[in-house]
Design a protein around this ligand. Structure first.
Ligand code: SAM
Length: 319
């Protein structure tokens, strides 16, 4: 069996794209739909990713609007405590046509993920309470097996507001709950008929999830934190996820501690950094040139960040 100390050759993933090797991992400047269709089938052991959720919020025109402070789907959340907020994509603004497009996007993406994963390979995919039902249904239709959700317990700035333009009339009402968690869908490429998880672990190094320790199983609730300022200063990406959370997820994603993790929507490379920080190999793919360039500098610095378990009292004090 391959061990973590013997990295897998990443040549197969370079194709004709602009790429860079960072330690034992690889980053690729490409559209992941195209790339996942071109790399060898059954070549990835797990996917850990945070995709675009309104699909369009990372279209070039929307990124430009965000940069210029010009609206689009990026809106500034209400400043309820005197602090200015960074813009968030407004998922509630999606109309039926856009919801249908979102469904098709994830059904097609799911088929590509299914093609590239080894049998038994897991997918961890970030979502939000508002769209997860739609996205997870599309992934199931693509042929992936739904294996539950990982709940990232985190206080966000979503929800909890009084009804728009009727705030004074209904001071005791909020139109949707203030969000206290982020759901991550957990999916698996079906294990071939007749094979057990043990067979799959032996043959492909997939099928299960790595325990935290021999005594402690991996849990589907993870106490988390908003991405710390020190990480934001390293990678100024609007959807940067914290190392403390990602390191736990990537560790769990490779049950025997070896193989290749892919992040097809890499952004600034936080998943690649988390994998490297726990001694694993990752292939990150990013379509937008500025974020790809950002990741080259950010990954080595994010790897070096120390991540401690956040204290639950700090996380929920102000819920
Ligand atoms: C939600 S962000 C992920 C950010 C990441 N979690 C981080 O910590 O930096 C999604 C990323 O996917 C990229 N993206 C969108 N469509 C893509 C595609 N088809 N192929 C590759 N990257 C894509 C966007 O440019 C954006 O950077």
């Amino acid at each position: 069996m391959v061990t973590v100390d013997a990295p897998v050759e990443l040549t197969n993933f370079r194709l004709d794209y602009t790429t860079e090797t960072i330690r034992r991992s690889l980053i690729v400047h490409a559209d992941c739909f195209e790339m996942l269709g071109r790399i060898p089938a059954n070549s990835i052991h797990a996917i850990v990713t945070d995709p675009p959720y309104g699909v369009k919020e990372y279209n070039f025109d929307q990124i430009e609007k965000r940069t210029n402070g010009n609206g689009g789907v990026w809106r500034i959340p209400p400043a309820f405590d005197g602090y200015n907020r960074a813009p968030l994509p407004r998922f509630t603004a999606l109309n039926q046509k856009e919801r249908d497009a979102l469904y098709r996007f994830y059904r097609e993406w799911g088929k590509l993920a299914l093609r590239t994963l080894h049998p038994g390979g897991h997918i961890f995919i970030a979502s939000n309470a508002f769209l997860s039902q739609l996205v997870f249904s599309a992934l199931v239709e693509s042929g992936l097996e739904f294996r539950g959700q990982i709940i990232r317990l985190v206080r966000t700035f979503r929800g909890g507001d009084r009804p728009k333009n009727a705030e004074d009339e209904f001071p005791g009402v909020c139109s949707m709950p203030r969000s206290g968690y982020e759901p991550w869908g957990l999916f698996r490429k079906p294990i071939p008929a007749g094979m057990t998880v043990g067979d799959c672990l032996r043959k492909f190094g997939t099928g299960g999830l790595r325990r935290v320790s021999e005594e402690q199983p991996f849990s589907d609730v993870i106490l988390s934190e908003r991405t710390p300022q020190r990480e934001r200063q390293i990678a100024n990406h609007p959807s940067l996820k914290p190392q403390s959370f990602l390191r736990k997820v990537v560790y769990a994603a490779l049950p025997v501690g070896t193989g290749i993790i892919a992040d097809p929507f890499m952004g600034s490379g936080s998943t690649v950094a988390a994998a490297e920080a726990v001694g694993l190999q990752c292939v990150g793919v990013e379509r937008f040139a500025d974020y790809y360039e950002m990741s080259k500098k950010a990954i080595p610095r994010l790897i070096a960040v120390s991540s401690e378990q956040p204290q639950i009292q700090q996380l929920f004090l102000d819920l």
